[in-house]
Design a protein. Structure first.
Length: 67
């Protein structure tokens, strides 16, 4: 597998993680009534968003792949 394809899969995984974090935030704010579960879901959502942001930052600023 080429480096460009690996970077593409990492970026796609980061986009999926961002989507999951948005769903978790919406669920924790509007559907879940348990405070402890709300806090856990929000923590997971923000951690996913932060990690996926770092991955996207790395993929974008690592430059083009010359192969």
């Amino acid at each position: 597998m080429s480096l460009a394809l690996i970077k593409m899969w990492f970026a796609l995984g980061a986009i999926v993680a961002m989507f999951i974090s948005v769903v978790f935030i919406l669920l924790s704010r509007h559907k879940v009534n348990n405070k402890f579960l709300k806090a856990i879901m929000a923590f997971i959502a923000y951690a996913l968003m932060l990690a996926s942001g770092f991955v996207i930052f790395f993929v974008v600023f690592s430059g083009p792949v010359n192969e």
